[in-house]
Design a protein around this ligand. Sequence first.
Ligand code: TPP
Ligand code: MG
Length: 573
Amino acid sequence: MSSSPSRRMKIGDFLLRRLAEAGIRHLFGVPGDYNLELLQQLQDAGALKWIGTCSELNASYAADGYARLNGLGALLVTNGVGALSAINGVGGSCSEHVPVICIAGSIPLRSIDRGLGMHHTMADGSYDHFLDAYAHVTAAHARLTPRNAATEIDRLILTAWREKLPVYMELPSDIAYLDIEVPAGPLTLAEPPSDPERLRSCIAAITGRLSAATSPAILVDADADRFGVASELVALAEKVRCPVAVINTAKGVIDETFPHYLGIYLGRASEPQVRDAIETSDCLLAIGYRPIEVTTGDFTAALPANTIHARGHSVDLGDDNYQAVTLKEVLKGVIDAVPQAKNRAPRPVAAAAASTRADGAHADPSAKLTQAAYWRAMQGYLREGDVLFVDNGTSYALFGLKFPPKCTFVGSVNWGSIGYSVGALLGTLTAAPERRHILFVGDGSFQVTAQELSTILRQDHKPVIFLINNGGYTIERGYLGKTEPYNDIANWSYADLPKVFRRDTQARSFVVKTVGDLQNALRAPNDTLIFVESIMDRFDALAPVMNSSNKGADLDYGPRGPQRPNNQLRPAV
Ligand SMILES: Cc1ncc(C[n+]2csc(CCOP(=O)(O)OP(=O)(O)O)c2C)c(N)n1
Ligand SMILES: [Mg+2]
């Protein structure tokens, strides 16, 4: 038995108290009869703010976006119908390593005890289907009871935070108002301390390799952001004077104006100097590297065989595998121990890709807007501190832009669920309303989650939304069906939506058809929401986006597949 002081509290109140102690100030979700009792406790306590969303899918995306800027996020859904609507987004958080707490108000224990059939179930006498489903997309899950609530709530919140993964908890609707004994002290979010010997040996081994190397380099994946070590990596690169590249999941994690920043490593699809620095390094330190086809230039990435793989809580180096070492402690130790290098100058910083250089000002204003002109103009629009979103589609061209300092990139490269960005935008706006948030989204992706624009307006947020109206799924036309109707979508009047979703909106909406129209829209001040609908040709996309789709089709369908030059959108030769 623990001897720490305890007190009595209602289970629901304790859960909300723990969320607040973990730094969560907002809860996203949709009410339902199985969670209204907790919502009443939330209202009565007043520590957390409820942000009702139009759907649980959007709530899961919002909680994910919120967690990326806040360190943890949470959503509240109702049994079954809500939980399964949210599972795509929570699966995305699992894939993208984002700590989200999904709380489902669920069937009362009384009904489970008595085997009573209830709504929002399969009516098959089982109450475990949704717990079982969530087991596959979370680091931990539990159904709370009066016996386990005090320990399980803490275990789940701490697991999410430590593993940077989502968790799922069911709160049966008849226990939120029951008193239990809970710890009196606050929940402390702390990393488990490293094993001292393993940490010492690991630091010594990495330091030894780095000091002996002639061409060390660092390769960064998204975990560098999730585990909050970007500043350590910059400090290490400065001390060792080595180049740092990111993979596209980690776009913007390393300040792109940092003199040792190289660019994006994508195997054979990389700029030559990036590829060379990574593949010929005699001491490559990879942080949380999780390669898939879209982050490796279709598996053409070739990291040196002796690459050091550092992860959140382990390091793999040569014959040794170090467990019970936390990434931050390892990096801090290496920064202290490694000698200051003097003999290496920073490599020249990679220029923005030619197709996206900010020289659009000289274009003819009456010219029909093209993707090339669009992205040139966007390069000039970005400014320090922006939160920059990309959804799936031709807007992937954002990866070719050079970010000013202190920008945050929010995307879903591994999971890639279209519409994620609109829900996630609500989340990041809620977490950091003082920053400028810019969304780059296609018409097809937008249609999946468009309703959440209404919550963004309802909460008085002022993001900039750049929507490309190209009549459908252009990025898919590069896989298959260049002109097939399955890649076409309804042509909404997108720029009218702010008015539809909020009658008294002050939002500025623009429909852009020419370069001049775009220049005009880009001059709008950021004191309201800005919605820019750009009409572009359905066959217009930057070459890297089309190339990636063409290669993706070969991988997906194989040599006997239906893809041919005449049924795929391809770059002009
Ligand atoms: C949930 C989900 N459904 C389907 C897909 C497949 N998909 C990937 S990109 C895409 C089309 C995106 O079209 P749009 O947003 O209009 O971008 P564009 O390429 O036209 O600029 C689709 C349907 C997906 N990634 N996620
Ligand atoms: Mg489109």
